[in-house]
Design a binder for this molecule. Structure first.
Ligand SMILES: *[C@@H]1O[C@H](CO)[C@@H](O)[C@H](O)[C@H]1NC(C)=O
Ligand SMILES: *[C@@H]1O[C@H](CO)[C@@H](O)[C@H](O)[C@H]1NC(C)=O
Ligand SMILES: *[C@@H]1O[C@H](CO)[C@@H](O)[C@H](O)[C@H]1NC(C)=O
Ligand SMILES: *[C@@H]1O[C@H](CO)[C@@H](O)[C@H](O)[C@H]1NC(C)=O
Ligand SMILES: *[C@@H]1O[C@H](CO)[C@@H](O)[C@H](O)[C@H]1NC(C)=O
Ligand SMILES: *[C@@H]1O[C@H](CO)[C@@H](O)[C@H](O)[C@H]1NC(C)=O
Ligand SMILES: *[C@@H]1O[C@H](CO)[C@@H](O)[C@H](O)[C@H]1NC(C)=O
Ligand SMILES: *[C@@H]1O[C@H](CO)[C@@H](O)[C@H](O)[C@H]1NC(C)=O
Ligand SMILES: *[C@@H]1O[C@H](CO)[C@@H](O)[C@H](O)[C@H]1NC(C)=O
Ligand SMILES: *[C@@H]1O[C@H](CO)[C@@H](O)[C@H](O)[C@H]1NC(C)=O
Ligand SMILES: *[C@@H]1O[C@H](CO)[C@@H](O)[C@H](O)[C@H]1NC(C)=O
Length: 870
């Protein structure tokens, strides 16, 4: 009894205390607090699947809510949650103290309620990335304290209310882009003098650009692109001296470019493309010396390119394509050393390609097609080592293709069609393009045998030239060979549509060969000793001979063997330790700058190691593999020396070293952001897919690890170290000794010893997971089969040194990469996807996240394969 009474007393005291502590403060506060709680509960968002964790004691503690010291709600931020349902569920009348409301990315639909106008203290309103419909309520213009208004990415229709400028004059940022807004841009916007950001792109806005925009002295960003705005560019825009970004592209703007535009001296980005602008390109544009991006393409601009263009020293992107520009291609363009993208295509430009083009060392994309450019392709083009897209088609270019084009190892798109180019086709390193068009020229000679279906061709066109001789084997397996070769009268072979090669040709051929043999034999008798001497000094192996016979090595190897050998000894001070940048399982890696300025990496076997047959074999294996394959994500072998006096391989130099090191050091790991990491994983996947599925017989690498993935200056990934790579011949044994790096080897290799592609798939999975986690997955790999892993959240596994992936594309890509990664780590080789599959998923998988990345567990990743299922 006593104890019961005691308990009762304690209970009463406890309840009373709770009332005083919890209820009393609520009661003592304005009654608006309880009204707020009711309004919040009525949305049905808290305590459900939308926002599962919330604290029932005080609504101020609920996720997404912040209060002032009186317990009134002043901030609602639900952008991290996916709510679905109507915005109207939130009774706006119940929050008179609200300062900030962020409901972006919440999956909300319905109209913006009229009651929003009651939030009279609101400073900050974001409703972007929802599915809101209906019109902007007029009452919204009552929000006179608003600084930031963002309703972009919805389906709001109707017009922008004129009152916006008369009342919301405190706005600094107004974003209404990607909606269905119609009507004109109200001139009253010119009264919002504090405005710094105005983005109404991608709507159906009509009418002219109001002159009053020139009054927005603090404007830094103006984007009215992708609308139906007409009329001309008001010269008052020249008053916007603080403007950094101006985009009026994709409208119907006519008239000329006012010279006042030159007064916007802070502009870094000027985009006027896809309009009806006329007149000439005013030289005053060249006064905007900070300009980084200039796009005037697809207008009716005439006159010539002003020579003053050479003063835009920061310019990175220049596109003036599809206009009526005439005059010559000014040599001043050669001063734009930062230029990355240059497009002057589809104009009436004449004259020749200036030699100064060779100074644009950062150029990646060069398009001068569809003009009246004559003369030859300057050999200086061979300096543009970063070029990956070159289009000179439909001009009046003559003479032959300079052999220097063979130095452009990054080039994957080359179009020289519809010109008057003559000479042999052999000067182009034909084998590693994805897109090659040299049709409609006067190219002569035979097609090199190295034209072979094993390369990466997406599209090739040699039609309408003067090519002759036998069509190489490689074309016989292509379905549209006739289209690719037609219009060459001298070609013969077993491709449908061409005559078979006549015997007489072979006899002539044989005769030529005999003659050559006789001449060589004679020469050998006369010059024999000299030959012998040179060969001893230079590299003397059967590999080299074979490589030379194959012919295609010349496209890789630009140097005379002996010169390179001496250059390399000089460049590395005879392999001095100062030039050493790393040591591997065997041998050391050196960095060498050749006299031409080019930097290469050298892998050298030490003298003692060179005597070890296993190392020797592995070195030769690497040479053999790398001379036969070419892919943009496989490290390029420039040359080699295999002689017992010097054993080294010369590769493309990779500025950022191995993926292993890039992940190990914090500052480098931070630079490797999510976009780059996903790209790294994609690059490895494409390279392995190429080795497994485009090479015949397939090649398995057998030692994929983060140390064998190299990164160039742009963090593009390259697979390296082919010392243990093997070809899978169809009928030969698939048994082997164990190879690979501990921690990356597929589990089944411990008991089967069978090589097949699935071992690489597993190792790829480990490297991909390591890239996402920032460290080797270690124990996580061991626990993959256990149930405990199911509940680990993806976000807790991702590299914590980087900020969590942002919403949208990036988080989607990370989730796709993680899903594919885990599918590769299946303990059963049969259940792992092929690399072809992985590579295709990366290229083609289109899906949308059903929940935010933060809410995805590893169990869900492993069970709901995003696209693999289809
Ligand atoms: C929920 O309330 C309890 C006190 O009742 C407190 O200890 C806890 O930190 C709160 N949780 C959150 C997430 O606010
Ligand atoms: C919204 O709140 C106001 C004021 O608290 C109230 O009068 C009104 O009935 C509420 N509306 C709805 C639909 O609950
Ligand atoms: C947007 O407007 C166009 C016509 O202006 C209309 O056809 C379309 O259905 C609208 N879309 C939405 C989502 O309201
Ligand atoms: C423009 O911004 C500056 C600060 O960057 C501020 O001092 C000034 O008052 C603003 N001017 C107007 C007209 O809003
Ligand atoms: C304007 O908004 C569109 C759509 O939201 C966006 O793509 C664009 O980058 C924005 N413009 C600027 C300059 O930020
Ligand atoms: C621009 O287009 C408008 C019609 O949208 C037309 O009235 C005006 O004359 C045009 N101006 C020029 C300079 O072509
Ligand atoms: C350029 O176009 C404008 C208007 O379209 C025209 O008046 C002018 O004569 C043209 N200039 C040249 C050099 O063709
Ligand atoms: C450009 O075209 C205009 C009109 O067609 C012509 O008058 C002018 O001479 C041309 N300029 C050059 C440099 O070719
Ligand atoms: C370019 O064309 C203009 C006329 O349009 C002509 O006067 C000039 O000589 C041409 N220049 C060259 C290098 O062909
Ligand atoms: C491709 O070329 C290599 C050597 O260049 C040759 O061994 C192979 O048979 C060729 N493949 C085809 C399909 O022509
Ligand atoms: C390995 O070879 C054996 C016999 O040649 C064959 O039965 C087996 O399927 C092969 N394994 C793989 C993975 O190709």
């Amino acid at each position: 009894m006593v104890s019961f009474k005691y308990c009762a007393v304690v209970a009463i005291v406890w309840i009373a205390t709770n009332i005083i502590l919890n209820v009393a403060p609520i009661l003592s506060k304005s009654s608006s607090s309880t009204e707020e709680v009711e309004a919040l509960l009525r949305t049905g968002w808290w305590g459900t699947t939308s926002i599962p964790v919330y604290n029932s004691t005080s609504h101020c503690e609920w996720d997404g809510i912040s209060c002032n010291k009186f317990g009134n709600v002043i901030g609602i931020d639900l952008s991290p949650y996916y709510l679905v349902g109507e915005l109207e569920k939130l009774n706006m009348s119940s929050f008179p103290n609200l300062l900030s409301l962020d409901l972006s990315y919440c999956g909300l639909n319905g109209n913006i309620p009229h009651e929003i106008g009651r939030l009279s203290k609101l400073n900050y309103l974001r409703l972007s990335y929802n599915e809101l419909t209906g019109m902007l309520p007029l009452s919204m213009t009552n929000l006179t304290q608003l600084l930031v208004l963002d309703i972009s990415h919805n389906s709001i229709s109707g017009s922008i209310p004129t009152e916006i400028g008369n009342r919301m004059w405190k706005l600094t940022s107004l974003r209404l882009s990607e909606n269905n807004l119609t009507g004109r841009l109200p001139p009253s916007i010119g009264k919002i003098t504090q405005l710094s950001i105005l983005n109404i792109s991608s709507n159906h806005i009509t009418g002219e650009i109001p002159t009053s925009l020139g009054l927005l002295a603090n404007l830094t960003l103006l984007d009215i692109s992708h609308n139906y705005i007409s009329g001309s560019i008001p010269s008052s825009l020249g008053l916007l001296a603080n403007l950094i970004f101006l985009d009026i592209s994709h409208n119907s703007i006519n008239g000329s470019i006012p010279t006042e535009i030159g007064r916007m001296w802070k502009l870094t980005s000027l985009r006027l493309s896809y309009n009806y602008l006329t007149g000439r390109l005013p030289p005053c544009i060249c006064k905007i010396t900070q300009l980084f991006h200039l796009d005037i393409s697809s207008n009716h601009i005439n006159g010539s390119i002003p020579s003053e263009i050479g003063s835009l020293l920061e310019l990175n992107y220049l596109d003036i394509s599809s206009n009526h520009i005439n005059g010559s291609f000014p040599s001043e363009i050669g001063s734009l050393l930062e230029l990355n993208h240059l497009d002057i295509s589809s104009n009436h430009i004449n004259g020749s390609i200036p030699l100064e083009i060779g100074s644009l060392l950062k150029l990646n994309h060069l398009d001068i097609s569809s003009n009246h450019i004559s003369g030859s392709i300057p050999s200086e083009i061979g300096s543009l080592l970063k070029l990956n897209h070159l289009d000179i088609s439909s001009n009046h270019i003559s003479r032959s293709i300079p052999s220097e084009i063979g130095r452009l190892l990054k080039l994957i798109y080359l179009n020289l069609s519809h010109n008057f180019i003559s000479g042999p086709v052999i000067t182009i390193p034909l084998d590693y393009f994805e897109y090659l068009d040299v049709s409609h020229n006067h190219l002569s000679g035979t097609i090199p045998i190295s034209f072979n279906s094993t390369y990466n061709w997406q599209s090739i066109d040699l039609s309408y030239n003067d090519l002759e001789g036998e069509i190489p084997q490689g074309f016989q397996v292509r379905s549209n060979s006739f289209q690719e070769l037609r219009g060459n009268k001298g070609l013969c072979g077993s491709v449908k549509g061409f005559p078979p090669c006549r015997k007489r040709d072979r006899f002539v051929h044989l005769g030529t060969i005999l003659l050559v043999i006789i001449i060589i034999s004679l020469a050998f008798f006369i010059l024999g000793p000299v030959f012998f001497y040179c060969k001893k000094v230079g590299k003397n192996t059967k590999f080299e001979e074979r490589a030379i016979k194959k012919g295609n090595l010349f496209s890789v190897w630009n140097y005379d063997g002996r010169i390179v050998y001496e250059d390399i000894i000089k460049a590395t001070d005879n392999f001095d330790i100062r030039h050493c940048i790393g040591t591997g399982g065997y041998g050391s890696v050196y960095k060498a700058q050749l006299p031409s300025g080019e930097v290469v990496a050298l892998k050298k076997l030490h003298r003692l190691e060179a005597e070890e047959p296993a190392f020797d074999r592995s070195f030769k294996n690497e040479v053999q593999m790398l001379t036969e394959i070419r892919h943009r994500n496989i490290v390029k072998l420039y040359g080699f020396c295999l002689h017992n006096r010097c054993m080294f391989l010369i590769y493309e130099y990779m500025e950022r070293g191995s993926l292993f090191c890039a992940l190990r050091y914090d500052d480098e790991a931070m630079e490797l952001n999510w976009i780059r990491r996903v790209n790294t994983i994609k690059g490895i996947a494409h390279a392995l897919s190429y080795m497994h599925h485009d090479c015949n017989p397939p090649i398995v690498h057998r030692d994929i690890s983060s140390s064998n993935i190299l990164l160039d200056s742009e963090s593009e990934a390259f697979v390296s170290d082919f010392g243990t790579a093997r070809r899978l011949y169809p009928n030969s044994s698939n048994q082997t000794v164990l190879a690979g790096t501990f921690g990356y080897i597929a589990p089944e290799l411990a008991y089967t010893m069978e090589v097949n592609e699935k071992c690489d798939v597993y190792s790829f999975g480990v490297v991909a997971l390591e890239t996402l986690m920032g460290r080797h997955p270690g124990e996580l790999l061991l626990s993959l089969a256990s149930a405990s892993i199911q509940n680990i959240m993806l976000n807790d596994v991702l590299d914590a040194r980087l900020p969590a992936p942002e919403r949208g594309m990036i988080s989607r890509d990370v989730v796709l990469a993680a899903t594919l990664t885990f599918s590769c780590l299946h303990s059963e080789p049969k259940c792992r996807p092929t690399m072809l599959r992985i590579s295709q998923e990366f290229l083609a998988c289109k899906y949308s996240l059903t929940k935010p990345l933060q809410k995805i567990s590893l169990g869900q990743l492993m069970n709901q394969d995003i696209c693999l299922i289809k």
